[in-house]
Design a protein. Structure first.
Length: 168
């Protein structure tokens, strides 16, 4: 199997995978992956999108909403927020408590989810912030396809730990 075929198969199996994970999971040199990905992009076989410091790769056919949803849903905290919101609209303070997150951590991830159009923020009659999914059905389908790797989960957990230490 050629290197390009291996890269394409990995991206097909894990749409939204970011560059570092692709290098790590294929056990290839970063320059080698970069070269072949560049060629695949020029051949219009793949789509790339950079989001919050990571470049993610997708097979053709994913729209902007799906690409952004997949990219952010690979991050554990964002995924946990999206899953909790599938139960309905939620007050931000209750959501932070339910997920055992610092309010600043929830705000940080929620802002990203709002920026890409996955979540909307509004205020209730008492001016408390509420969060809601913009498209619950599509979000649920995308979440069903996500299986984050162990390194991705460990980075997310380290981020949570650091947030909790600095929030106290």
């Amino acid at each position: 199997m050629t290197t390009r075929t291996r890269i394409t198969n990995r991206i097909d199996a894990d749409p939204g995978i970011h560059f570092s994970a692709l290098v790590r999971e294929l056990d290839l040199a970063p320059g080698q992956v970069q070269y072949h990905v560049h060629r695949l992009l020029r051949a219009d076989t793949l789509v790339e999108e950079s989001l919050y410091g990571r470049t993610h790769y997708y097979p053709r056919g994913y729209d902007a909403f799906e690409r952004r949803a997949l990219a952010l849903a690979r991050r554990e905290t964002s995924r946990d927020i999206l899953i909790a919101l599938l139960d309905g609209d939620r007050r931000a303070s209750r959501l932070a408590d339910d997920l055992d997150l610092a309010r600043s951590t929830l705000s940080y991830h929620a802002s990203r989810l709002v920026d890409v159009g996955l979540v909307e923020k509004r205020k209730d009659s008492q001016q408390r912030v509420e969060l809601a999914l913009t498209d619950p059905e599509r979000t649920a389908r995308i979440l069903a396809d996500i299986e984050p790797s162990l390194p991705e989960r460990l980075v997310d957990r380290l981020e949570r730990l650091l947030d909790s230490v600095f929030d106290e």
